[in-house]
Design a protein around this ligand. Structure first.
Ligand SMILES: [Zn+2]
Length: 179
């Protein structure tokens, strides 16, 4: 396995690729399995919960997700087939460093895809998994969550001293409305 370069929206050529549509995978070849493994290793290295192939510069409909304490999920040509409910919460992206945003997503989704062996799979996700599935599948259509966020939160590169005991010891810097 290998750790791949994660494309960053702050680099113009990389942003241009991140905004493109990815093509379906026609056959699950050893090359696709290697891509999945490399994406998984890259995601873990970056402490993410999901990664889509365009984020490593590959315009193919391939996604890997791992929510903490859950199994790794490999998805090839994933499609959201049903959505239920709504959740509004904070979301970040490995391709958008130092920012998070408030995004409304379905509370539950069902996704159909192929797995790493080319077999059809259905994944039902709720809460964080539903959010991750929607976020990663959006990447395959060139959609980045910042386009959907109602509010953005900036993080500084160094953790700041908490203002008081109530302030969580996180890197929250300030909030601004996105226009
Ligand atoms: Zn992302």
């Amino acid at each position: 396995m290998a750790i791949l370069h994660i494309y960053d929206v702050n680099v113009p050529e990389e942003e241009a690729l991140l905004k493109k549509h990815s093509r379906p995978v026609e056959a699950v070849t050893p090359r696709i399995k290697t891509l999945l493994d490399d994406m998984y290793e890259t995601m873990l290295d970056a402490a993410g919960v999901g990664l889509a192939a365009p984020q490593v510069g590959v315009l193919r409909r391939v996604v890997v997700i791992q929510i903490p304490d859950e199994k790794r999920i490999n998805l090839i040509n994933p499609v959201v087939v049903s959505k239920e409910g709504e959740q509004t919460g904070e979301e970040g992206c490995l391709s958008v460093p130092m920012l998070a945003g408030i995004v409304t997503r379905p509370m539950k989704v069902k996704v159909e895809a192929l797995d790493e062996n080319g077999q059809p799979v259905a994944v039902e996700g709720e809460g964080l998994l539903a959010r991750a599935l929607c976020h990663e599948i959006d990447h395959l259509d060139g959609v980045i969550y910042t386009d959907l966020a109602t509010e953005m939160i900036e993080y500084s590169s160094e953790p700041e001293e908490p203002q008081d005991a109530e302030e969580p010891a996180r890197r929250k810097k300030n909030r601004r409305k996105q226009h």
